[in-house]
Design a binder for this molecule. Structure first.
Ligand SMILES: [Zn+2]
Length: 156
């Protein structure tokens, strides 16, 4: 467990992973959403790449090639950890505002799950491809998660 926590126990690294699952994959957009200093974000992105959870991918920005950060399969495998944190916080911690709620939705059946790795409503195993997160302060509707090296949500 300790060696997993070296990577997944860091709050900023987990928030960076949250952003990438949400499809928010570009440095400046992540920085704005997280309200974090360049140096902090740079360090976490470098660490997540060094440990093989993220990789860089080119994208075309109006004729200029830029880079964004995408999940590897190792990074995608962290999904149940993030789901568990979201679900635990909803169950046990008071939300400071109504907008602060966040839910894990199994897209295939459209229902909220209270388990991190299988849907409590229909029993299907949760993957990034069939899971959405609904952050009430962020968007009106749940956002389909990005999968390894594939951005689904778009900048959010
Ligand atoms: Zn379900």
């Amino acid at each position: 467990m300790a060696r997993g926590l070296d990577i997944l126990g860091d709050p900023w690294s987990m928030l960076v992973l949250r952003e990438v699952f949400f499809g928010n994959t570009r440095f400046h957009a992540m920085k704005l959403r997280l309200g974090v200093a360049d140096s902090v974000l740079t360090k976490r992105l470098a660490g997540l790449m060094e440990h093989g959870l993220l990789t860089k991918q080119d994208y075309d920005d109006g004729g200029r090639t830029r880079q964004e950060y995408v999940l590897t399969s190792r990074g995608e495998d962290a999904l149940p950890v993030l789901n568990a944190v979201i679900i635990w916080a909803e169950k046990h911690l008071e939300a400071p505002t109504d907008q602060a709620h966040m839910f894990v939705i199994h897209s295939s059946c459209g229902l909220r799950t209270s388990s991190a790795d299988t849907c409590t409503e229909c029993g299907e195993v949760l993957t990034a491809a069939n899971t959405s997160w609904h952050s009430l302060g962020r968007t009106e509707h749940p956002i389909e998660l990005s999968t390894a090296a594939h951005v689904r949500g778009g900048a959010a």
